[in-house]
Design a protein around this ligand. Structure first.
Ligand code: NAP
Length: 300
């Protein structure tokens, strides 16, 4: 079968469309004829090698995190699916393989495609929607009446996050440029901040939860609008390995920007507040009002 294979981290030339064997099935796997696959920022970050500190994959491997298609074979112990089912899936993180004519995935990672979605639309759902669901429900514990701030509401994750936050009963404030404003309002956003013209620091300091999808300065500013003792989950924050490696070698540390997070120490251990949770990299940062930038970390 044809598949898009990562042979070397770095530039696009390190990946190639080529013939590879069809994946073999484990007892609880389904084999799917892939009709569409979703492309997300994580795919180019992975290809560039930026996730190597947390995903130690052996190359070559078939890229791709999510797909939709039709089941063509099932393993001996599969209970939920049969040949012919229309499914979509977020593949296991240590397996990938969605950018291929056929993909194998554990049945627990797949679900039936609702009848009103075609394969192309369905393939764009699993990763972004799971990211939003896990961040808002599981990591932030969003409750009815909570005020949540979501940066980047008009993007792939943001459009799901707005709808899920409203479903959980929260009041939603999000950022979008002029072109995205009508869409985020149609999804349920109660307040929309135009990040190209409005200053975030002027919108008060009364948010109960934050979901950051932009990182950088946007995340820095979000610390200033949260209530004390609340939490921001960022899936876009910059993770830095360097400071801990430097510290281990006795090299003096410069002051990292507030949005940079020590993620992995010199021994390769992921920091306590940076976790891989389901499909997403969670960087859950308690907002500590006693620290100037609002972050709890030995480096601030
Ligand atoms: N997609 C996933 O499944 C997934 C999973 C885990 C983590 N992540 C991470 O989450 C982040 C967002 O991913 P995504 O797929 O949602 O990206 P995306 O679809 O490219 O959306 C990004 C959105 O950000 C907005 N934006 C750009 N610059 C901004 C700024 N300075 N301030 C506020 N908003 C700005 C744009 O809004 P306008 O259209 O309004 O200009 C755009 O719609 C990435 O870092 C990604 O790696 C994504």
């Amino acid at each position: 079968m044809l598949a898009y294979v990562l042979r070397r981290y770095g530039r696009p030339e390190g990946s190639l469309l080529m013939e590879v064997p069809t994946p073999t099935l484990r007892p609880r796997d389904i084999l799917v004829d892939v009709r569409a696959a979703g492309l997300n920022p994580v795919d180019f970050k992975f290809r560039q090698g930026k996730l190597r500190v947390i995903h130690r994959s052996r190359l070559p491997l078939v890229l791709g995190n999510e797909f939709a298609g039709e089941v063509v074979a099932v393993g001996d112990e599969v209970k939920r699916f049969s040949v012919g089912d229309r499914v979509f899936a977020r593949v296991e993180k240590d397996r990938l393989g969605a950018f291929a004519e056929r993909a194998a995935v554990g049945e627990d990672c797949a679900a039936r495609v609702p009848p009103n979605l075609d394969f192309a639309a369905a393939a764009g759902v699993p990763l972004a929607a799971l990211t939003a669901l896990q961040a808002l429900r599981d990591e932030l514990g969003l409750k009815p009446e909570h005020k949540v701030f979501i940066s980047g509401g008009a993007g792939g994750v943001g459009t799901f996050a707005i709808q899920i936050a409203k479903w959980l009963g929260a009041h939603v404030t999000t950022t979008a440029s002029k072109r995205g404003e009508a869409m985020v309002r149609s999804l349920g956003a109660d307040e929309v901040i135009d990040y190209t013209t409005d200053d975030l620091s002027r919108i008060g300091k009364d948010f109960d939860a934050g979901l950051d999808l932009i990182g950088g300065e946007t995340l820095d500013k979000m610390f200033k609008i949260m209530k004390p003792e609340t939490k921001i989950v960022s899936v876009a924050a910059e993770l830095v390995v360097q400071p801990l490696e430097q510290a281990a070698r006795g090299i003096p540390l410069g002051a990292p920007a507030a949005h940079q997070r020590p993620a992995v120490d010199a021994g390769g251990h992921v920091a306590d507040d940076v976790r891989l949770h389901g499909g997403l990299l969670v960087n859950a940062v308690p907002c500590d009002p006693s620290s100037p930038c609002g972050m709890r970390s030995p480096y601030f």
